[in-house]
Design a protein around this ligand. Sequence first.
Ligand code: PAF
Length: 281
Amino acid sequence: MRLFKTIAEIRAFRQECYRQGKTVALVPTMGYLHEGHLSLARAARKDCDVVVMSIFVNPTQFGPNEDFERYPRDLDRDLRLAEEAGVEAVFAPEVKEMYPPGYATYVEVERLTEHLCGRSRPGHFRGVATVVSKLFNIVQPDKAYFGQKDYQQSVVIRRMVADLNFPLEIVVVPTVRDADGLALSSRNKYLSPLERRSALSLYRALLKGEALIREGERRAGVVRRAMEEVILASPGTKIDYVAVSDAETLEPLEEIKGKAVLALAVWVGSTRLIDNLLVEV
Ligand code: PAF
């Protein structure tokens, strides 16, 4: 496996792939890899000849009081795991390679970013859309892989790809969970054993919402409140949002119909976790 730190190097690698007629997959990550990231790499491996993974903790998607500085990093471990998952090349640039002095260009996706995480993390999706656009331009992949755990992110990126005519396909891969249901996230590392137990309420709340809908409940407010109750019953939790939204527009629903997403963000101690489930009625 090869490690590239500069844009010029990964571009030269991409040119080599073009010359050899190889298709290229991109798996964008912020590192501290877990089974969720590796499932993206394995899916990419099945579809394309070459898998490129980017590992870059992107400062522009963190707010001023968020965890950019303390976000977990372990490049050596990541390189080992990426290689085992069939990644051919890792692109791990420094911040100044991606955002040199004088950097002034950002990508804004409207409307979709006003809901859910966009409300509590202003500027977050602007940072995500910007760095993902840059990665697409740098690596020029045929396909790019994202996890469903960041559902809103996947919807925003699909919109951006369509609107800005990026010539690539977005593939969204199902959330990977621990045996007890907790969605894998690099931020789970912050949780104490007690907090980890409380964090299980996120998935339990989603399952409760899904069960109510399966039993015929169509009032989004009733489903939302039932989900909130499950979370609040767990010690040390604080709800950021619990939403029942249209799966495409992300607008909040009153009546559940068509494709909907049950989505939530919850503080467990000082860690903000997100999760979601798609439902169709
Ligand atoms: O999902 C993530 O890890 C990040 O938001 C991404 C897509 C790598 C952009 O920094």
